[in-house]
Design a protein. Structure first.
Length: 198
């Protein structure tokens, strides 16, 4: 699986939002916990692969200024609609993790639940550089990806802990690493990392 824009647009136009395998129907429980306990302070957020916008809506409700990007225009519309239904405004636009449409050092907190793990091997370092570029000094990055504990090999890449540490360790300080699952219909096993920009 790779980040092909038309493929993702087709998924959003041909599948009901609630049937999308990554749609948890609400905000990620780890994100909620880390915001509620003050680990992630309120500020300017970039939500990468915002999808239906459940995480973005939660963050807006909590007082964050949110920029949500998705490679699928239909996903962007869906996220805007979900924010509007909640009486909220977030800045949602089409965007690509490999070339993030945000200026340097503008973001306090980057959030990626399930985008990075669909990148090709050659695109991963580009995405790491882009996330690093848009974050301010000591900005935070929360990542959730498929883990190598998930059986099979269809769908996203299953990362090992070492792969993740090798990709991010040079430019990010890894504050926390834990195992979990993606909430949603299939509950695949995940690794999450909370990182700080070096």
């Amino acid at each position: 699986m790779s980040l092909d824009a038309q493929q993702w647009e087709d998924m959003y136009t041909q599948t009901q939002p609630e049937a999308l395998p990554w749609n948890a129907g609400g905000p990620d429980l780890d994100l909620v916990r880390l915001v509620n306990d003050g680990t992630i302070p309120v500020g300017q957020v970039l939500d990468i692969g915002t999808g239906p916008g459940h995480d973005a809506v939660f963050l807006i409700q909590y007082g964050f200024n949110v920029i949500g990007i998705d490679i699928s225009p239909t996903a962007v519309i869906l996220a805007r609609e979900n924010a509007s239904k909640a009486g909220l405004f977030g800045y949602f636009q089409q965007g690509d993790i490999r070339q993030i449409p945000v200026e340097d050092h503008f973001i306090d907190f980057v959030y990626d639940r399930g985008c990075f793990h669909v990148l090709s091997l050659e695109d991963r370092p580009k995405a790491v550089r882009e996330i690093h570029r848009v974050l301010r000094s000591k900005g935070l990055f929360l990542l959730r990806v498929f883990s190598d504990k998930e059986p099979g090999n269809d769908g996203p890449h299953r990362f090992t802990r070492k792969e993740l540490e090798d990709l991010f360790g040079a430019t990010f300080k890894i504050l926390n690493f834990w195992e979990g699952v993606f909430e949603g219909p299939r509950k695949p096993k995940s690794y999450s990392m909370l990182m700080e920009k070096k």
